[in-house]
Write a protein that binds this ligand. Structure first.
Ligand code: PNW
Length: 480
């Protein structure tokens, strides 16, 4: 029913996809069942001091066993789509050779249950759980993403999944947030495998780009023609604290290191010249071989945008010591190669439980920028949400008004971007369920659905009910 004063036009039309997202290591548990072997995250979680409270993904939210209940929950909420990831070491334990059928069967059963409920599966091939075998032994330097061979292995793994699920999955995402894999995994070391080597981080970024390109070609050769292939990035909305030349240069550096390093080769077939200049004291980039950039530069059917908070920078004044705060967890060193003279600041706005400031305008800035940068490529917000210290009330309900406001305000920015002509076609809330929040363990809750980690009981929060209502009515309160 139309309320007085609201426009007849729905804010988010019926063909605007509204869904929710998760990832394998964060929810599945069952880390040693049915032939799965350790990923770099299993190893990292077993390294003392890496994860808050020594948490691991061993059990997580037991989705590997409780998936029928979770699919029923998604159906209750009316989700149009569900974004999940496939655990590489569940499907191909050593990262080489044939697939393990039981691993593939799990995802096939999940996909079939989704399709039965009318929920469109969005499959991500890599959400950070590299088979440990491919990372190798840290004592001997380690392999993993800094090595070219890992990109080749990834394309082979992509084919195994395509052969098993290509008849029923239409939406394929190669990588989730390669920035985190490269710069948090190999640069600051706050993510697995926990290495702290800026050259390794830049090599990893290139081989992740190459992995995307090789896998995209392999997927297109093995999937039916209707299949769509994309990637999810976490483009930064970088703001300078002032418009002095020095602060604007700090912004330019961070934009190159967070956005250009992926968008350059993916969208334009070249690394930005300023990125290469900013890092030439570290590397000559000779790991980029002939033909690599053409391989990376494949047409994209979708570009996924994961957005949580903006980034605020300034230049470190001449003579002052470098500032190591960077808003990405305190690693042994900054994740940003060649940006030692950049200071990172807390942007204005209320803070989430992650300590990330809330500023929905950053999402529209990113979408606007990509509408030009990636002209012609449909955009999807593939993650957006907030951590909150959710606690059930005496009656068991979980009331999270700040999350409702966060989702509302970010969806309103998406609606504004659409009204300006930005081709953004969908939105996935992060996350369906409370889950393992990487280095922060279970202490940070992002779910629309609360999980009691003792009993594994699922309770939709107020935000889940609110989102279900939005999906049904397609209507946000007026955006202006
Ligand atoms: C993303 N950072 O992670 C991931 O895709 C999710 O798996 C995760 O749960 C979610 O966002 C919330 O953190 C990020 O430091 C982790 O900039 C760290 C950063 C960004 C994204």
């Amino acid at each position: 029913q139309t309320q007085p004063g609201t426009a007849a036009r729905p804010d988010l039309p019926a063909d605007f996809l509204l869904g929710a997202a998760t990832s394998a290591y964060q929810i599945e548990g069952a880390v040693d069942e049915d032939g799965r072997t350790p990923s770099i995250w299993d190893t990292f979680c077993r390294t003392p001091g890496r994860i808050s409270d020594g948490d691991t993904g061993d059990v997580a939210v037991d989705h590997y066993h409780r998936w029928p209940e979770d699919v029923a929950l998604m159906a209750d909420l009316g989700l149009q789509a569900y974004r999940f990831s496939v655990s590489w070491p569940r499907v191909q334990p050593t990262g080489r050779g044939p697939a393990v059928q039981r691993g593939l069967d799990f995802y096939r059963a999940l996909v079939d249950a989704l399709l039965e409920r009318g929920i469109t599966p969005w499959l991500t091939l890599y959400h950070w759980d590299l088979p440990q075998e491919l990372e190798g032994d840290p004592a001997t330097g380690g392999a993993g993403w800094p090595e070219r061979a890992t990109a080749e292995r990834f394309a082979e793994y992509a084919v195994l999944v395509a052969e098993a699920l290509g008849d029923r999955v239409e939406h394929w995402t190669t990588l989730n947030e390669p920035w985190c894999s490269a710069f948090l995994g190999y640069g600051s070391g706050v993510h697995a495998p926990g290495r702290t080597d800026h050259v390794a981080a830049l090599r990893a970024a290139h081989h992740l780009n190459l992995a995307h390109g090789l896998a995209t070609q392999a997927l297109r050769a093995n999937l039916p023609g209707r299949a769509k292939v994309g990637i999810s990035l976490n483009p930064a909305a970088v703001r300078a604290r002032s418009d002095t030349t020095a602060d604007l240069d700090a912004r330019r550096r961070v934009e190159a290191l967070s956005n250009g390093v992926f968008e350059g080769p993916l969208l334009h077939g070249a690394y930005p010249e300023d990125l290469i200049a900013d890092t030439d004291h570290l590397t000559d980039w000779s790991f980029v071989k002939d033909g690599d950039l053409a391989a990376v530069h494949q047409p994209l059917d979708a570009l996924g945008v994961n957005y949580y908070t903006p980034t605020l920078v300034s230049a470190v004044p001449e003579g002052a010591a470098a500032d190591r705060r960077d808003g990405h967890g305190q690693g042994e060193q900054t994740p940003w190669p060649g940006a030692d003279r950049v200071a990172f600041h807390q942007p204005p706005g209320p803070l989430t439980a992650m300590g990330w400031s809330v500023d929905a305008t950053g999402l529209r800035d990113v979408l606007r920028r990509l509408a030009k940068e990636a002209a012609g490529v449909p955009l999807y917000v593939t993650e957006n949400g907030m951590a909150r210290d959710d606690r059930p009330a005496a009656d068991g309900s979980v009331h999270d008004p700040e999350r409702v406001a966060y989702l509302h305000d970010h969806l309103a920015e998406v609606a504004r971007a659409r009204a300006e002509g930005v081709d953004v076609r969908g939105y996935f809330l992060w996350s369906l369920l409370d889950n393992f929040e990487w280095a922060y363990g279970y202490g940070k809750r992002f779910g629309a659905v609360h999980v009691d980690y003792e009993t594994q009981r699922r309770t939709p929060k107020t935000s889940a009910r609110w989102y279900a209502e939005l999906i049904r009515t397609r209507r946000l309160p007026p955006v202006d």
